[in-house]
Design a protein around this ligand. Sequence first.
Ligand SMILES: Cc1cc2nc3c(=O)[nH]c(=O)nc-3n(C[C@H](O)[C@H](O)[C@H](O)COP(=O)(O)O)c2cc1C
Ligand SMILES: C=C(O[C@@H]1CC(C(=O)O)=C[C@@H](OP(=O)(O)O)[C@H]1O)C(=O)O
Length: 386
Amino acid sequence: MIRFLTAGESHGPALTAIVDGLPAGVPVTGEYIDVQLKRRQGGYGRGGRMKIENDRAVLLSGVRGGYTLGSPVCLRIENRDWSNWQKIMDPGPGAILTERVVTRPRPGHADLSGAIKYGHRDMRNVLERSSARETAARVAAGTLARRLLEELGVRVVGMVTAIGKVASAGIEATPEQLEERVAASELYCPDPLAENKMMEAIDSARESGDSLGGVFEIRVFGLPPGIGGYVQWDQRLDGRLAGALMGIQAIKGVEVGLGFAGAAMPGSRVHDDIYYSPEMGFYRESNGAGGIEGGMTNGGTVVVRAAMKPIPTLYKPKQSVDIATKEPFTASVERSDICAVPAACVVGEAAAAWELARAVLEKFGGDTLEEIKQRWSLYLERVGRF
Ligand SMILES: Cc1cc2nc3c(=O)[nH]c(=O)nc-3n(C[C@H](O)[C@H](O)[C@H](O)COP(=O)(O)O)c2cc1C
Ligand SMILES: C=C(O[C@@H]1CC(C(=O)O)=C[C@@H](OP(=O)(O)O)[C@H]1O)C(=O)O
């Protein structure tokens, strides 16, 4: 069983993750994780904080000479902004608790409910942890899972498909082509025409003091049929992927395959006909199911989409009430992302990779990567003979 926890405040010294249960022998380096951390920091629409940070994963345990040992992997990502916040965020009794106090909750953020829940009068104690800064540690953990999947020939590719009202055209391409097109885009959108319009939409949101959400899509290539399960509710892969993606800050909806569009279509157009040839085995010519039927992979590309709400910290503030004075106010903002859908897409890749690796290890798990690879190939042979 693999599991992970993260710790760390947004303006504290560092973020930490402990990743437990990875098999021995997975090739991993800090540099490999850093590629994904850099992607998460990027994307058109990000705010001033990302100019300060330069996220790097420092591996502290569980890896030796570039390979996992089977022991827990602990890693640390420094917050460079810490140097500006040290006196206020100091864990010791010397911390200055009377400055930068937050008493004005932002609609759409965790501020008010978090303060009520924990009894905090300074909502900094909430926002420091509810902030999506935490997703840097989550991406690092998910990237370890991604590395494991890569060893089995499974690839996870994410792409932005909508920003506000601007949506991209559907793209049919190989994983390599998709990766290349996503990497060439400032918005991680493989459709250049839509990308330009999306950037214009972000510019105009910025000019009017507003923010934008959007949609990203994750495609997973190379999974055989039968990952996940139908016999208990908590084995169903669609539910597990939805949970992993909804667990990302600001994600408000997830769909698999045709998703909500399928609800408006007749069954004859939604379900994917089944064919057989001796060369290809069982196959489909469409993928309305998004690669998942009955809570299991069906051998097709897994396709999941997630909808992100607009960023709640607005330069054009919304109505709120100060928790100290109980007076209404309209807040002013120091800095914020205008749109973070591309960054969320990278987090989504990591979250999906994590959940898929968990399901793969449930079926093929062993203490070493070698054992897992052997079981994986045996199963592929069995699937081929079915
Ligand atoms: C990568 C990423 C960056 C974000 N950046 C900001 C930001 O700069 N300002 C902000 O108010 N919210 C930002 N958010 C959104 C908040 O974290 C989120 O809306 C908040 O935690 C409330 O949680 P909920 O939306 O899940 O209810 C970001 C989210 C993600 C995934
Ligand atoms: C720090 C990150 O994102 C942050 C997420 C975030 C929020 O409220 O979720 C608020 C902003 O933080 P700050 O107020 O320090 O500018 C973002 O920059 C990050 O993604 O690494």
